[in-house]
Every structure is written in structure tokens, then in C-alpha cells.
Design a protein around this ligand. Structure first.
Ligand SMILES: [Zn+2]
Length: 145
């Protein structure tokens, strides 16, 4: 089983085996830059997010966060742990709202963390605020493909 990762350098979509997404440091098939993967979760930028939304072959869940946000940082391990369990059903991505204000504005992010679920190229739901892993898994179960 693969996941889809957008290269942060050339924005090409890469197919990466799920186990390698967690354990290795895969490189982009096109430009050979290291893919922006950390513990199986990819960090996307403005353009990368738009591309991932359009091309995701399964529901996509994006964590909009920032470095200064305590609850965001507290939620990060939950997001990673959930990504490891549900990588076959969802694509997990994070967007740093300070580094990518255009994407944050385009998606009208008013508070962080905000989690948005995209399906077939459109937003189907969003949730503001962190949640415990059991609740997060339950929340995502509604949006499985
Ligand atoms: Zn690349």
C-alpha cells in the first residue's frame, strides 16, 4: 500500500510505500530532493496543498498548525500516531500557517489547530481544536472512503 506525497521542491506527486514513509527518508522521483516526510506525515506548502487536494486518491486530512501554538504541538504526536494506524484509509498532511499564510487564508483558518477533511477535491468537514486520539479516530471514521 502506498501513500501520496507532494515534493516540496518541484511539487511532483510521489507514490511512497507506507512503511517507507514512516521509517525511511524517501526522495522525489523527479528532482531527487528529500520528501517532506516526518514520521509518516507530510508537511505541505501553499501549492503542494492545492495539488494534494486535487490528486488525493483517498480522503485527505490536513492539520493547520503553527510553531507558537501550544495545543498544536500537543496534538502533533496524536496526529502522527493516527497517521500510522490509518495510512491506508487517509492521506495525512500538515500545513504550517505561519510559513504558508496564503493557504491558511484560502481555507479561512480562523483558529489553530484546525483539521480539515477533503474528499474528491472538496472540503467535507472541519474541526477546530485538538482532540484525544480515540476521539480523532472516531471523527475520521465518518469520512472513510
Ligand atoms: Zn521533486
Amino acid at each position: 500500500m502506498n501513500t501520496l506525497v507532494v515534493c516540496s521542491h518541484c511539487e511532483k506527486m510521489n507514490r511512497v510505500p507506507l512503511d517507507k514513509a514512516v521509517t525511511a527518508q524517501p526522495i522525489c522521483a523527479s528532482c531527487k530532493t528529500k520528501l517532506p516526510l516526518h514520521d509518516g506525515v507530510q508537511e505541505v506548502s501553499d501549492g503542494g496543498l492545492a495539488k494534494l487536494i486535487r490528486n488525493a486518491d483517498r480522503p485527505l486530512v490536513v492539520d493547520f498548525w503553527a510553531e507558537w501554538c501550544g495545543p498544536c504541538k500537543a496534538f502533533a504526536p496524536t496526529f502522527v500516531a493516527t497517521a500510522k494506524q490509518l495510512g491506508q484509509q487517509f492521506i495525512f498532511a500538515k500545513l504550517n500557517t505561519e510559513q504558508c499564510p496564503a493557504a491558511a487564508q484560502a481555507h479561512q483558518i480562523r483558529s489553530i489547530p484546525t483539521l480539515i477533511v477533503f474528499k474528491n477535491g472538496v472540503e467535507v468537514n472541519r474541526q477546530s481544536g485538538a482532540m484525544p486520539q480515540a476521539m480523532f479516530m472516531q471523527y475520521l471514521a465518518q469520512w472513510k472512503a
